[in-house]
Design a protein around this ligand. Structure first.
Ligand SMILES: Nc1ncnc2c1ncn2[C@@H]1O[C@H](COP(=O)(O)OP(=O)(O)O[C@H]2O[C@H](CO)[C@@H](O)[C@H](O)[C@H]2O)[C@@H](O)[C@H]1O
Length: 208
């Protein structure tokens, strides 16, 4: 996973995943401009394997998380990977994915669990938690969070993602996840911290 080299930034190349734009509006007579990096809506699934009593998480290299570790003055040309090793961009997250098909959100979530974590779950196993905004100022996209309990017999593959995804599935006892999340610097997104808090409060306290 960390075999990453030849990293450099280019001008923005349009993709179907992100749309940068500027919104202008007049508020109380004053013209305001706001830069927006619109992105697609997505799903996040807290997967708990109740045979093993572990949370099923995913580890992967995230380009934006890596970029955030590099000061602006060192972003020109080929990035110095001795100074900024690619492991800085490896994050631990809940299973997640973008709503890139015109099918119900539950179906997107089911497919992400299969592709990333290797569990084939019936739709009725998915418990919708809530839908929330990712970042209100920069993207405005929403994520629908689900909770899903799985058992060993639902495993049909190793998971690991599809196409250019390179995902390592990490099945961790809750105590280990808590140890990780209690560090002063955590290489995980806000939705991981939120999902973990939700799980502890609504599910885990009833299990111990
Ligand atoms: N910005 C981008 N530029 C180019 N290609 C891209 C891209 N984002 C995705 N892709 C392509 O789409 C593929 C599938 O992505 P997924 O649907 O699995 O979403 P991902 O797990 O990256 O999380 C995504 O969805 C979750 C849930 O909303 C978010 O938390 C997370 O930030 C978001 O990356 C990637 O392998 C990549 O090829």
């Amino acid at each position: 996973m960390e075999n990453i080299s030849n990293i450099y930034l280019t001008d923005y190349i349009p993709t179907i995943y992100t749309t940068p734009c500027t919104m202008q509006y007049t508020q109380n007579g004053k013209t305001i401009e706001r830069g927006i990096f619109a992105e697609r809506n997505g799903v996040l699934i807290i997967v708990y394997n109740k045979t093993q009593n572990v949370l099923t998480l995913v580890k992967q290299f995230r380009a934006a998380a890596y970029l955030g570790c590099i000061p602006e003055q060192d972003r020109k040309g080929i990035i110095d990977t001795e100074k900024y090793p690619p492991r800085l961009g490896i994050t631990l997250e809940f299973c997640a994915g973008l709503e890139d098909k015109n099918v119900p959100t539950e179906q997107i979530a089911r497919e992400e669990i299969l592709e990333e974590c290797g569990y084939d779950v019936p739709l009725e196993k998915l418990e919708k938690v809530c839908t929330y905004k990712n970042l209100t100022e920069t993207t405005g996209a929403r994520t629908t969070m689900f909770y899903c309990e799985v058992t060993d017999d639902m495993r049909v593959s190793k998971g690991g993602g599809v196409d250019d995804e390179l995902i390592e599935v990490m099945e961790m006892p809750v105590e280990k996840v808590l140890e990780y999340a209690n560090a002063s610097n955590v290489n995980s997104p806000m939705n991981f911290m939120f999902g973990l808090q939700w799980f502890l409060y609504h599910k885990y306290k009833h299990k111990v």
